[in-house]
Write a protein that binds this ligand. Sequence first.
Ligand code: IPE
Ligand code: IPE
Ligand code: MG
Length: 263
Amino acid sequence: MSDLKFGLTETEAETKELFKKIDKTNIPEHVAIIMDGNGRWAKEQGQDRLFGHFHGVESVRAAVEGCGELQVGYLTLYAFSTENWERPETEVNGLMELLVETIRKESESLNKNNVKMHVIGDRSMLSAFVNSELDYSLNLTRDNTGLNLILALSYSGKAEIIHAIKNIAESVKNNELAIEDINDAVIKANLYTNKFPDPELMIRTSGEQRISNFLLYQLAYSELYFTEVRWPDFRKKNLFEAILDYQNRERRFGKTSAQITSS
Ligand code: IPE
Ligand code: IPE
Ligand code: MG
């Protein structure tokens, strides 16, 4: 209540309270988000799907800001899957335009905030125009040392694994690698995400409870958090709630609870 007197809105006060509750010594290093529900959100307001995508940009800003405040090291956002290419052409084009517009508008401020951008996915399916915008932002932020913001674009977890298998098979064929030496580390080194740790926490909005071809290998031991909130309504408060939920879980990695508590 006292915060309200200091001019904070109820949501801001609530966000601040949640922030305080978070254990700053147990922040996930990598948070991955399936940003879902834009279309349904728009439909609920009698608008077309692109309206929902447009409003989802504010939620991206909130997620980036919230992760920055908590010093999360890596934030991966599932922005467009290879399956999404099958959507109606107007939606695909609208999404690509929104992507370019957003990168143009946000790159400078991301750079000022020390954010380093990365892209994972099949960039050969993106237009030259989209690719050049992405390159601009990747270049601009390449030396930054703050939050690593990873955009999964034209991304497919299966395609990523197939790509890794092909690379590994090539190394075996060229006698650079023995079959006996193929292990988890070798596979990891050949994924698009080879420079990033696996996500400790994966959030999906809009109530769907599936992975939809996202980070199949990397999510092996991630904590999964599903919320009914549609992506355009997602704010820092929702991120903080997810992180608090994560902090209340016991990550056992196959061991017993007693083993975890004694160590
Ligand atoms: C997520 O929202 C954005 C993308 C997949 C690009 P959707 O567009 O999937 O919205 P719903 O799931 O149809 O509501
Ligand atoms: C997953 O959402 C892809 C992104 C959020 C970019 P979808 O809306 O495409 O997934 P499905 O079709 O519901 O599984
Ligand atoms: Mg969806």
